[in-house]
Design a protein. Structure first.
Length: 227
């Protein structure tokens, strides 16, 4: 396949709803090696991948191996005001940090897997957590939630460990809600926690908010540091 053909493919892929950019990295024989897609924030990467695969088959007669397709979504997130609230009182010998604000969500889908990276910030500090899952809708959501927990662990100085037990997207009247259940292990023992968040535009951002909601007041203690 010639470079001209690659340009035609790239142009067609950039017209796919949800695709912000596309690029083809040829293999050593000049054929299509790696197809890299950049997504617009908030789109469903599983649905985009399905559309791209259908376009390549029907328009160009190409059956691209899933392992040779890499999908990247990188979103800067502006947190809601309630996630930025800070405490207004002091406790002797320690200062309570503000609850984490969501700074960034980065998703990379390659083949059957997805890697999620979530960056949180609190009181001038930031930390990123990473998790892998299957490149399915539920797999992406669980990877995002687990990456959020890893980021909180990092922010807390690893004084607690978290395990995601359950995640679901439910309907509450006309609204959709993300509900998570997790287990927190600390020096005080094991505790089961639950949280929920309404879906505004992006389900995955709601997953992060629901995960932080499960931790709720415990975050102030976990993120406290000496004066």
């Amino acid at each position: 396949m010639s470079v001209t053909d690659f340009r035609e493919i790239v142009a067609a892929l950039r017209d796919v709803p949800g695709v912000a950019d596309a690029d083809v990295e040829p293999d050593n024989d000049g054929g299509m090696g790696l197809l890299r897609l950049g997504l617009e924030p908030g789109v469903d990467e599983v649905a985009v991948a399905t559309t791209v695969g259908r376009l390549l088959r029907e328009r160009f007669g190409l059956g691209v191996d899933a392992e040779r397709v890499q999908i990247v979504e990188d979103a800067e997130i502006h947190p809601a005001p309630d996630l930025q609230a800070e405490t207004v009182y002091d406790v002797p010998q320690q200062r309570l940090a503000g609850r984490p604000a969501i700074s960034r969500m980065h998703l990379v889908s390659s083949g059957l897997d997805v890697t999620a990276t979530v960056t949180l910030s609190s009181d001038g500090r930031s930390a990123s957590g990473e998790a892998r899952g299957s490149a399915s809708q539920s797999g992406v959501q669980r990877a995002v939630a687990t990456a959020t927990l890893r980021a909180v662990e990092d922010l807390s100085g690893d004084i607690a460990r978290f395990e995601l037990d359950h995640l679901e997207v439910s309907h509450l009247g006309a609204d959709r809600m993300v509900i998570v259940a997790l287990t927190m292990l600390s020096a005080r023992g094991t505790e089961r926690l639950t949280g929920a968040a309404a879906v505004r535009e992006d389900v995955r951002q709601a997953v992060i908010r629901a995960t932080l909601d499960a931790l709720n007041r415990r975050l102030e203690t976990l993120l406290a540091r000496p004066v």
